[in-house]
Design a protein around this ligand. Structure first.
Ligand SMILES: Cc1ncc(COP(=O)(O)O)c(C=O)c1O
Length: 357
């Protein structure tokens, strides 16, 4: 079925991107919205108009049971001033996959991608020109049935909103300290860990609060079944460098299929860095860092792109916290330089990953 866009972009008038937008609070003045249903997952009309409050029925099922998914992508200005978006089709494909995992809708990726690109053409002046800044894109889908009964929804609200964001590194606290604790888990085999769904983030909060109470900024989660193996952070994938090989845990169903993770592995392979997707136990990490076999650890994600992990606190089996410290991140620095240049349209990989708006 062919749909049409109804667009009113008058809210753009007078909008100015703040010089220091920070992260996630500045609202671009336009949003996309559509009402989808299980029987009609591609609607007749998609609206793009002023970013404004939603009116929700208090019986809206998502408010109670959380059947909701989202995405996070970034649009950039290249050094030449072109507006581009990074791996947008893959982001929308992951959105469709999350919808499928959460038993929401059978979404058409072409439709989603068309919505994103049409929206981006309207908001492209909201993409900051300051190097390191970007327009963060947030597609969202939630069940909107007026029904307080646990059941997969029939009615859904689809939104795309966006936010000009600053350089995550410029605002990041001096050193990144993360905690590995086997007291908490984030995702179970057979559960929803692989989907980008609200529940996973709600579930990560007790561990995050605990880590923050001990002075850490983030948590590295272990697998739920054995509590021995490292999975990922609350919003980033985990990497380590062992004897010059770039390693990351495999995607076994409880880890988000990070698009930055995938890009890093692809670029590393292309520039001759050996890569390995394999499991690592927390104790193995500790022993190999202490013996010098593992030389650096870092995390990847759309928001911060790549972030060194300066300090890992390990708390397992009720033992005292062991602290692992890292000073240098040569492999991460090399890959980060290439990835940032790619996003600015300056690298040999730019054409592969960027779509012009
Ligand atoms: C749980 C989780 N893991 C990993 C990532 C990194 O994924 P990506 O690189 O696609 O942003 C994210 C962020 O989206 C996340 O929320």
């Amino acid at each position: 079925m062919k749909y049409k866009f109804e667009i009113d972009n008058s809210a753009l008038n007078g909008f100015e991107i703040p010089a220091e937008p920070g992260f996630g609070t500045v609202k671009a003045p336009l949003m996309l919205s559509a009402d989808l249903t299980k029987s009609q997952p591609t609607p007749e009309v998609v609206h793009i108009n002023k970013t404004e409050n939603l009116s929700l029925d208090p019986f809206c099922s998502t408010l109670h049971y959380g059947q909701s998914i989202f995405e996070g992508m970034k649009a950039y200005r290249t050094t030449k001033g072109e507006a581009v978006v990074f791996r947008a089709r893959e982001g929308m494909a992951r959105f469709a996959r999350s919808a499928e995992l959460m038993k929401m809708l059978d979404l058409d990726v072409d439709f989603l991608f068309d919505c994103l690109m049409t929206y981006l053409r309207e908001v492209k002046d909201c993409i900051p020109t300051t190097p390191g800044h970007a327009l963060y894109l947030r597609p969202l889908l939630f069940a909107n049935d007026p029904m307080i009964k646990v059941k997969s929804g029939d009615m859904y609200k689809f939104l795309i909103m966006s936010s000009p964001v600053g350089d995550y590194f410029a605002t990041a606290k001096s050193k990144t300290k993360v905690l590995v604790s086997d007291q908490y888990v984030r995702a179970l085999p057979g559960g929803t860990g692989e989907a980008k769904t609200a529940a996973n983030y709600a579930q990560s909060l007790p561990a995050l609060n605990y880590a923050q109470s001990l002075g850490y900024q983030q948590v590295i989660y272990v697998d739920a079944m054995t509590r021995l193996f490292i999975e990922e952070l609350g919003g980033m994938n985990f990497f380590w460098v062992e004897d010059g090989v770039l390693c990351t845990p495999p995607l076994t169903g409880t880890i988000l299929h990070g698009i930055t993770r995938k890009t890093i592995l692809e670029i590393a392979n292309d520039i001759g860095i050996e890569t390995s997707e394999r499991k690592i136990a927390v104790k193995e990490l500790r022993d190999k860092v202490q013996s010098g076999k593992i030389s650096e650890v870092f995390a990847s994600g759309t928001a911060a792109v790549m972030n060194p992990l300066d300090e890992i606190g390990i708390q397992v089996d009720g033992e005292e916290i062991t602290t692992l410290s890292f000073d240098e991140f040569p492999m991460m620095d090399r890959l980060k330089t290439i990835l940032l240049a790619t996003q600015r349209g300056e690298s040999e990989f730019s054409d592969r990953y960027l779509t012009k708006i």
